[in-house]
Design a protein around this ligand. Structure first.
Ligand SMILES: Nc1ncnc2c1ncn2[C@@H]1O[C@H](COP(=O)(O)OP(=O)(O)OP(=O)(O)O)[C@@H](O)[C@H]1O
Length: 252
């Protein structure tokens, strides 16, 4: 078996908003080809961590160290953060997945149109090319978002609650795609709430409750003890709280 190669390390990483931390002093390594779930209570900092990886947030402290150069990244935001209620054609929307590699102003040729058709077929949405986004059901929309991810062809995939409000069959189909991407050597970080799903499909896990409770093989992370710790550590985000208690402690 090959020795796993590190993709990035979190070095005492603190992320937050207006100087108030939402993820504290995170340490750990993500390896190339990891299939990792990020779990924790509401407000634990899971989406914040993905935003940090996307460079949407600058660390308040510490850093993310990419071992080689930053790989290509694709991000699936939480559905609640998306406004897709406009009459864009499905095929035009999925075509946007070509942008990161071709640029926004490149013309879409026959090869790219075929790739759109192929991606739609892979998510079971062939024949939907001309439908408008605002006519789709929630599960169909999620399949379309996955089709766009397919075209992005990124090495690191960040998925924020990809199965929320999605039925069992759609979840099973999308999980299959995630496994396929992983078998192709891509690294996948997925925010999830369903621990049964995590145990069944994600060999590695990061349990967050603003601080990292544990990171490693899923059976070692999702223990009763760790889950109880996560529940106890979870404190509501307080905009009036000191900037970071751990930092204050260090300064004393
Ligand atoms: N733009 C923002 N400005 C200020 N605070 C924010 C902002 N976004 C998130 N927060 C706060 O940061 C904390 C972590 O939020 P985050 O969305 O990362 O949690 P989460 O673990 O993804 O939660 P959930 O499971 O509910 O989606 C929360 O207390 C949240 O209110």
């Amino acid at each position: 078996m090959q020795t796993p190669q590190a993709l990035l390390s979190f070095e005492n990483l603190t992320l937050g908003y207006e100087r108030h931390p939402a993820v504290h002093h995170l340490q750990g390594t993500l390896f190339k080809g990891d299939l990792m779930a990020v779990v924790g209570p509401n407000g634990a900092g899971k989406s914040t961590l993905l935003k940090g990886l996307m460079n949407e947030l600058r660390p308040l402290g510490g850093k993310i160290r990419w071992v080689e150069k930053r790989p290509s990244l694709a991000y699936l935001p939480q559905r609640s953060g998306l406004n897709l209620d406009f009459p864009l054609r499905v095929s035009d929307f999925v075509s946007l997945g070509h942008w990161p590699r071709l640029g926004a102003f490149a013309s879409v040729g026959r090869k790219q149109r075929q790739a759109v058709g192929h991606a739609l077929a892979q998510v079971g949405m062939q024949g939907f090319e001309k439908r408008s986004l605002d006519s789709l059901s929630g599960g169909q929309l999620q399949r379309i978002l996955f089709a766009r991810l397919l075209l992005e062809d990124a090495q690191l995939l960040l998925l924020d609650e990809p199965f929320s409000a999605v039925d069992e069959q759609t979840t099973a189909d999308l999980l299959k795609l995630i496994h396929q991407w992983n078998q192709e050597g891509r690294t996948i970080l997925t925010v999830l709430h369903d621990l049964r799903q995590v145990r069944q499909h994600f060999p590695k896990c990061l349990l967050l409750a603003r601080d990292a409770v544990a990171l490693g093989p899923t059976p070692e992370v999702l223990t009763d003890d760790n889950l109880a710790k996560a529940r106890n550590m979870q404190a509501p985000f307080d905009p009036l709280a000191p900037v970071c208690e751990a930092d204050l402690e260090e300064a004393r």
